[in-house]
Design a protein around this ligand. Structure first.
Ligand code: UD1
Length: 468
């Protein structure tokens, strides 16, 4: 029985040259053997072969990923976009708002929130969604966004189904956190959590899959693009179809200004006949750490900031403005039929390769800590669905209203909690002023989106106030 199992594993690993994964079998306990066998059973041998072949072809042709991105960036132009002033499309902003409102009222919109990341860069060792950010309320990112979703639902008289994606490192904590807080008011039957899968890593010559211990492969999250497969596998895609949802609003947990299920955005998406629409901001700096949404080879696509050569990033158009101006907010509208088509195609999303440091088990069974990047890791990105869409659209938004990414700790100059809180308060001050209040720029305020919005005439706000 035991021999049979070992033979089966060997038969699977031999053709792909990965028998070292069972090199320590004799030393493992029954439980460890079971665990290792499960991981090896899950390993997609065909995918390994395809990725390895791609890597070898690329290496043989001398072309690396970097030069491919540089070539693409050189061919890239501005994408088809609805600009802030409403230009670039054949409908008006009012028409788009109206269409978006109809769609929401008809209960055809759901939301995906990706929350697979830990707050590592933030100096927070928990899932990012648990980070307390509310400037006065100390509400967590989860609470901020989930309350926003309910406020939109109330406005249109519907309950908007929510699908939260976690990763193996955030799943358990997120589940207990959200259930402990009763999903901050989102109805349990409208809320689902699904977990993205993991992906193995290989050495930098793409020969061996790395072991993290004699009984386990090194496994990392497969990128937010893992959402596509996870959505189908978890039954969430079927749930969307069962509920009659036609469009999904997609956002990341790390943006407290996320314009959750925005009617203008959703309406523009539908009126343009787009299968995937993405929000962008005009980049403030050529080297800003946002993906670049471009049009190249007749398709809308994203060149990640880390892949864009500086020279391409600095290119300008005749009027002196940045040629590659559109910064990716990672906010998308996705047609459910398109999602389902893409999910049914094997490998519809490519893997991005990244060289990283990964602790691994050497041939003698001891753990080796590398001094420099020694491994290739693989991630899929959801924005790589854009070129697959029959029609795609880009919608420009005002960063002051829509984008305050929380990526770094306050020790860093950009994308930190201090700036995000300041942006939230500035936005809320603008709202209070439109409601007739007087509030100076140095008075801290915060609005809970579920607040009734009623202010006595002539209100003057002089001290920190949380409107809840
Ligand atoms: C990302 C985008 C970038 C965009 C920026 C806007 C990528 C590769 N880049 O950059 O183009 O301009 O956001 O803020 O997406 N996540 C998962 N599972 C994963 C990996 C990530 O759920 O396996 C989630 C994280 O929780 C986070 C989000 O995806 O909410 C973004 O991931 P992150 O790696 O922080 O991307 P950025 O470099 O910030």
């Amino acid at each position: 029985m035991e021999d049979e199992r070992l033979n089966r594993l060997r038969e699977k690993l031999r053709p792909i040259g990965q028998e070292h994964l069972i090199a320590f079998w004799d030393r493992l306990s029954a439980a460890e053997r079971g665990q290792l066998a499960r991981r090896i059973d899950e390993l997609d041998g065909e995918l390994f072969r395809e990725l390895q072949a791609d890597f070898r072809v690329r290496r043989a042709s001398g072309g690396d990923e970097k030069s491919q991105w540089a070539d693409l960036a050189a061919r890239a132009a501005s994408p088809p976009a609805m600009r802030l002033d409403g230009s670039g499309v054949r409908f008006t902003a009012d028409q788009a708002r109206q269409r978006g409102a109809e769609l929401l009222r008809a209960g055809q919109v759901g939301m995906i929130l990706v929350a697979g990341g830990l707050g590592t860069r933030l100096g927070f060792d928990q899932p990012k969604g648990l980070f307390p950010l509310g400037p006065l309320s100390n509400r967590t990112l989860f609470q901020i966004l989930l309350e926003q979703l309910q406020a939109v639902g109330r406005k249109y008289g519907v309950r908007i189904p929510l699908y939260v994606m976690t990763s193996p490192s955030t799943d358990e904590v997120t589940r207990s956190f959200l259930s402990e807080h009763r999903w901050f008011g989102v109805h349990a039957e409208d809320a689902k959590i699904f977990c993205q899968a993991t992906m193995w890593a290989v050495d930098d010559r793409f020969e061996r899959i790395l072991l993290e211990s004699p009984s386990s492969l090194f496994l990392g999250p497969d990128g937010h693009g893992g959402m596509l497969a996870a959505l189908a596998k978890s039954g969430c895609l079927a749930d969307m179809q069962r509920r009659g949802l036609t469009q999904i609003f997609y956002g990341q947990i790390d943006n407290p200004l996320l314009q959750v299920c925005d009617e203008l955005f959703l309406g523009s998406h539908v009126l343009a006949g787009s299968e995937m629409t993405t929000q962008v901001v005009r980049k403030r700096d050529p080297l800003e750490r946002v993906g670049n949404v471009v049009q190249a080879d007749g398709k809308v696509q994203v060149i990640e900031y880390s892949d864009l050569p500086e020279e391409s990033a600095r290119q300008t158009s005749a009027d002196g403005s940045l040629k590659l101006w559109a910064g990716n907010l990672a906010v998308h509208a996705l047609d459910v039929a398109f999602l389902s088509r893409a999910a049914s195609q094997r490998n519809s999303l490519p893997f991005h390769l990244a060289k990283k440091k990964v602790l691994f088990v050497g041939e003698d069974g001891r753990l080796i800590e590398p001094e420099k990047p020694n491994a290739i890791r693989f991630e899929r990105f959801i924005f790589d669905l854009l070129p697959l869409a029959r029609q795609a659209l880009v919608v420009e938004v005002d960063p002051a209203e829509a984008f305050a990414p929380v990526k770094n700790s306050d020790d860093e100059p950009t994308d930190n909690p201090r700036l995000a809180r300041a942006a939230m308060m500035a936005k809320d001050r603008r709202t209070l002023r439109t409601l007739g209040a007087k509030v100076a720029d140095d008075v801290p305020v915060e609005i809970n989106p579920l607040w009734n919005g009623k202010l006595p005439a002539g209100t003057v706000i002089t001290k920190p106030t949380y409107f809840a």
